[in-house]
Design a protein around this ligand. Structure first.
Ligand SMILES: C[S@@+](CC[C@H](N)C(=O)[O-])C[C@H]1O[C@@H](n2cnc3c(N)ncnc32)[C@H](O)[C@@H]1O
Length: 196
């Protein structure tokens, strides 16, 4: 298990994840999954994919891991997802990142805590497989613009994301926003496969 290392290694590769359960072919990662509503529902729908959440609040992680009947292709780690992507994940190892309603502290004075910086965007590009993508949803327009610009500067290409707004695979924030009829922005940024 590499996740306790303090050294910068970039050696947690695709094999590490795919060995965790039988029959897996893909790895998708949500940073800050909260109640894991998206991950657990997506995992049931796609048994060939490992859905991993990295949540910074250990108490949330402990609470979720007590739930009975979690899918075999779901894993939840306590840690700083930003640090893990920057320092531990191997190049070309992840099929998709999900960043849903990140950065509750999006105001300027909380800038130090920002998840998507140029450094993070470059790490997302490096660790995504060719053809893989970053999917983003947020209700904060100014934050969305910053995230979109950083991801595009890193080389990811924005594509339309035809999100089904009734899709049950979503987290508690999206569920709340739908209930309240509030709008939010969602977008998809792809690491275009230069071979295709
Ligand atoms: C606003 S909530 C959104 C939860 C979920 N994605 C959703 O859509 O319902 C943001 C979550 O990100 C977590 N978080 C913030 N920074 C993080 C980081 N660097 N690594 C992992 N989790 C983080 C918070 O603890 C919180 O659970």
């Amino acid at each position: 298990m590499h996740l306790g290392l303090l050294a910068s290694t970039h050696d947690v590769g695709r094999d590490y994840w795919l060995r965790l359960a039988a029959g897996l072919d893909r790895v998708e990662l949500e940073i800050g999954p909260g109640d894991c509503g998206f991950l657990t529902s997506a995992a049931v729908r796609r048994p060939d994919t490992l859905y991993v959440g990295i949540e910074i609040r250990p108490s949330s992680v402990a609470r979720i891991l007590e739930r009975p009947g979690l899918p075999d292709n779901f894993r939840l780690l306590a840690g700083d997802g930003r640090w893990i992507v920057l320092n531990l994940l191997a190049p070309d190892s992840i099929d998709a990142y999900h960043l849903y309603f990140p950065d509750p502290w999006w105001k300027k004075r909380h800038h130090k805590r920002r998840l998507v910086t140029d450094e993070f965007a470059a790490a997302a590009w490096r660790t995504l497989r060719p053809g893989g993508c970053v999917q983003v949803a947020t209700d904060v327009e100014a934050l969305f613009d910053e995230i979109a610009q950083a991801l595009q500067r890193a080389g990811l290409v924005r594509e339309p994301w035809l999100r089904d707004t009734q899709d049950p695979a979503c987290g508690s924030y999206e569920r709340k926003y739908r209930r309240q009829g509030r709008t939010f922005t969602h977008a998809l940024f792809r690491k275009v496969d230069s071979g295709s």
